[in-house]
Write a protein that binds this ligand. Structure first.
Ligand code: SRM
Ligand code: SF4
Length: 523
């Protein structure tokens, strides 16, 4: 039902032995990250009324409320349902929020692809009546005999299941990290020809457990637009029927792909659908645009992508981002979209409103994207402490400091304009997708991180472990020699992740080690 029991882990230190710190996190489910102005304002109101005065954009285009008391859950969820927002299926062993590239477009074919996220989401919704009974009506339905779900059965899936939809050449949703990825394919007349179907991506790992690993999805087949729903449903049933129901650490679809291989998986899928699977179609190379700043939609209107540090919409210090967004949305009533990089897009803006919106941004201290460094703009961090019960280290609260240091170092090295994708998580579950970053920082033990290097900036190659147990305050200084070598020996236009991958992590480790040895000799 999209609700997690949590504890304020900061308060643990001062409040030992008491139950007072328990609170809940509520996650809404927003297919393609799309919501109306009214729905945004309802989220904003609920954050004050029942939450901790912040709204958290997630890496899967949802919102989270932190700090909700159990006694307020029902009212909070009812208030969401009043504006047609659900939390059902935002957590649990079920199909999670369906992601899609959120960039607005006037092209009806492309819009249809984005709206397909809703169709998929609706089709794969559980048929339970309990949600409404518990949270909305408050009364047992007349016929409240248990419903056996036609897709999920009595026992649901062995584990969570994630789906994302990408446009050709635009991997802003990190499509390869999903259980199922759909990449739209258009023909020469720019008509939707169908989808390349990918399967078996997933990132969660466990420290010191080699049988768990991050994995990118494999290309499986091409399907026509009218076949895609059936194909995705069939893949969900493969997970349902063959996923490991004994070991939760081995239960994601990626392990089936790894053990069966693509051919056997495709055969099984073919047996479960009523049409012939087709060979994959060629796709253009991916970029990973963040869709920030002012952009034309192609219909005379504009959309504005606003950077939100680690997705946390809050009023802090001089930056009253939450109040500012509320003021803009109240006055101009734009549609709202959340990105997979934890940012927000305001959509369908009349060009004549641009100056007034810029004045409001200034007034509330919301920075235009041009005033944010490339490295900060590309960074992601998960919530980690104090709310996440699985966090080993800080992430969201520490990331701004790490990015400050990166900014200084990159500037000193003459790399200030370089976009390097840095992502940090407080544990190996990978919620901010660090394993597809160019620099992945993964919480390992108290204030110590494993550094991963060599992922592709466009999310098509995994990073590999580089150095382990690096203290938080030493991350950037440790990487400085690698960044210096990058500046000296990169190929023209070569991104940092590609450079690390080409040179090899052993060579880079030697570079770092020789600098450390020199420094120690100097001491
Ligand atoms: Fe996640 C568990 C936060 C995206 C892999 N994730 C959690 C929990 C609920 C901790 C828990 O189980 O008690 C975290 C709540 C923290 C908090 O205080 O809010 C949490 N995950 C998040 C979010 C909010 C991170 C963010 O920075 O935005 C993202 C919410 C997405 C959403 O709207 O649904 C989030 N989580 C991801 C992603 C990225 C993605 O899906 O694109 C991953 C890696 C991809 C994948 O699933 O393989 C991810 N989260 C996990 C895992 C490891 C799953 C695995 O297969 O091993 C866990 C732990 C688990 O499920 O047992 C987890
Ligand atoms: Fe929590 Fe780990 Fe996910 Fe971060 S990566 S939110 S610490 S589960």
């Amino acid at each position: 039902h999209g609700i997690y029991e949590q504890e304020d882990r900061d308060a643990r230190k001062t409040n030992r032995g008491s139950d007072d710190n328990y609170q809940c996190m509520i996650r809404t489910k927003l297919p393609g990250g799309q919501l109306t102005a009214a729905q945004y304002l309802a989220h904003d109101w609920i954050a004050s009324e029942y939450g901790n005065d912040t709204l958290r954009i997630t890496t899967r285009q949802d919102f989270q409320f932190h700090g909700v008391l159990k006694s307020d859950l029902r009212e909070a969820i009812r208030s969401l349902n009043d504006v047609l927002i659900t939390t059902l299926g935002a957590c649990g062993d079920i199909v999670r929020n369906v992601m899609a590239c959120p960039a607005p477009t006037a092209d009806p074919q492309r819009r249809a692809v984005q709206d397909f996220a809703f169709q998929l989401s609706n089709d794969l919704f559980p048929k339970t009546t309990a949600y409404h009974q518990i949270w909305i009506n408050g009364e047992a339905l007349i016929d409240d005999s248990p419903v056996e779900d036609p897709l999920y059965g009595k026992t649901y899936l062995p584990r969570k299941f994630k789906i994302a939809i990408a446009f050709p050449g635009d991997n802003c949703v990190d499509v390869y990290t999903n259980d199922v990825g759909l990449v739209a394919v258009f023909d020469e007349d720019n008509r939707l020809a169908g989808f390349n179907l990918l399967a078996g991506g997933g990132l969660g790992t466990t420290h010191n457990n080699d049988s768990t690993f991050a994995r990118l999805a494999d290309g499986i087949a091409f399907v026509d637009p009218e076949q895609v729903l059936e194909a995705v449903r069939a893949i969900v049933t493969i997970h349902r029927d063959y996923g490991d129901r004994v070991d939760r650490k081995h239960a994601r679809l990626k392990y089936i792909l790894q053990e069966w291989g693509v051919e056997r998986f495709r055969d099984e899928l073919q047996n479960r659908v009523t049409f012939a699977l087709q060979p994959l179609r060629p796709m253009p190379a991916f970029a990973a645009p963040d869709h920030l700043g002012w952009n034309g939609q192609g219909d005379g209107k504009l959309y504005l992508g606003i950077y939100v540090e680690n997705g946390r919409i809050a009023d802090r210090g001089g930056a009253r981002v939450r109040s500012g967004l509320r003021a803009i949305v109240e006055r101009f009533q734009p549609s709202v979209r959340l990105t997979a990089q934890q940012n927000i897009l305001l959509v369908d803006i009349n060009p004549q409103d641009q100056p007034a919106i810029e004045v409001l941004m200034d007034e509330y201290g919301i920075r235009a994207v041009e005033r944010i460094s490339r490295v900060r703009r590309a960074g992601l961090a998960c919530p980690a402490l104090p709310t996440c019960g699985l966090a080993i280290t800080e992430a969201e609260r520490f990331m701004p400091q790490v990015l400050d240091e990166f900014e200084v170092t990159l500037e000193e090295l003459g790399l200030g304009d370089e976009e390097i994708v840095v992502r940090m998580t407080g544990c190996p579950n990978g919620c901010a997708r660090p394993y597809v970053a160019e620099i992945g920082l993964v919480g390992r033990s108290l204030n110590k991180y494993t550094i991963f290097l060599g992922g592709a900036s466009v999310g098509t190659r995994l990073a590999a472990p580089f150095l382990d147990l690096i203290r938080g305050e030493s991350i950037v200084s440790t990487l400085r020699p690698v960044l210096a070598l990058f500046r000296e020996t990169r190929l023209p236009g070569e991104p940092f992740g590609d450079f690390c991958n080409r040179v090899g992590l052993d060579t880079l480790r030697e570079t770092v080690q020789s600098i450390i040895s020199l420094a120690e000799a100097g001491d």
